[in-house]
Design a protein around this ligand. Sequence first.
Ligand code: UD1
Ligand code: CA
Length: 458
Amino acid sequence: MSNDVTVVILAAGQGTRMKSRMAKVLHRAGGRALVEHAIFAALGVAPPERIFVVVGHQADAVREVAEAAGVHTFEQKEQLGTGHAMMCGEAALAGLGGHMVVTVGDCPLIRAETLQSLVERQRKSAAAAVVLTADVADSTGYGRIIRDQNGAIEAIVEHKAATDAQRKVKEINSGIYCFDSAEFWRHIRMVRPDNPANEYYLTDVIGILNGAGLRVAATKIADPGELLGINDRVQLAEADRILRDRKTRQLMLSGVTIEKPETVSIDLDVRIGMDTVIGPFARITGDTVIGEDCKVGTCAILHDAVLENGAEVFPFSMVSASKVGAGAHVGPYARLRMGAELGEGAHVGNFVELKKTLLGAGSKSMHLAYLGDSQIGSKVNVGAGTITCNYDGKKKHATVIGDGVFVGSNSTLVAPLALEDGAFIAAGSVITDDVPEGALALGRARQVVKKDWKRKET
Ligand code: UD1
Ligand code: CA
């Protein structure tokens, strides 16, 4: 990455074909907004303080995403074309000098390496502009690359403005360029909206530079697949599939086993350690971090989850914004949410839900329980059917359970409540008062047995 490279990301358009109330660049693929993909690629060639996103439609929402990534924005209030979008940034950009890459916010497959090679080409050739082009079978809608008899690039002609002969050209403009910044700002003001769309076309600057006797070069992209532009939700789904496919391949090559990878859905920001095994149909999203030697079962759903080394999440379990300690087990059919945490070697079994609850090291809750707003110590056994009654209709209350406590099956623990170390709760109890260390608490009606009982005759 160099300090003489600036990147401008065009992202002010609405994207009418998305048929959405949300700006196109905010739609997500691979777990990131489209504009975030452009920012990630840009960060591979320029420092964040030299990256600028042009905002327009839903400017505030797009600006928020850009600022969260640490890059700058400038606003294009009215969308009068890609050339006009650049003109709106003159005050911020013209003084920076060096190389200026212009790219778009709706091509999420573009790699940093591709932008890098464009910059290198401009650096070596000393051209005023280098255009990234591609040969495509169907060039409908794209700007066409017009070359002279010697093969040098003369101009870019937009589809709407092209003659029949020009429309036959298969080499298209990707919409991605690297300019010599000084030459760009010297010539952009000559762009006029004299075309059928009455727009200021950024592409016109290529012909203008050429006309001024400056060198313009073109470089063909190695993989035209990277240029997939998102205009509708079918293309969004296609980009999502490709991004996730790249992610699973990269994980497998780094030592993660993924069974039936085509069925698994993993966000780009997820991290997974070596020798972890991911089962079919798992969905792993957000900022999830999974350690080494873990297992994630079939159809498990993890979002913003942390799994420490050797943790196992069995099939059909959900873990969101929660942590599973080293060697701990979850599920099958369990749910951890909102800051639940399992200590080392803790086990949670089927149909158990934990919310804002810490289950200490080696503790177990194997069947049918709800544990909410609770602090549970180590080596505790929580019997089947235990419920922490944490809500009185107005407020949430805490349950504190010490080390080595035994909670019998079908216990109802009415919070606020404390069960001190070693306490023993008899099965079927309703516990409303604190239980001191080592004590046995029973809170249920005593069984009555009537010997030789006979049903009344009616
Ligand atoms: C553009 C190119 C075309 C190229 C194609 C590649 C121009 C004039 N044409 O056409 O040669 O083949 O990309 O996909 O540049 N935007 C703004 N402000 C505006 C208009 C657009 O920020 O006023 C942004 C859009 O949000 C989008 C990008 O610029 O991210 C490209 O605009 P779009 O309207 O999609 O251009 P194309 O017609 O596809
Ligand atoms: Ca486009």
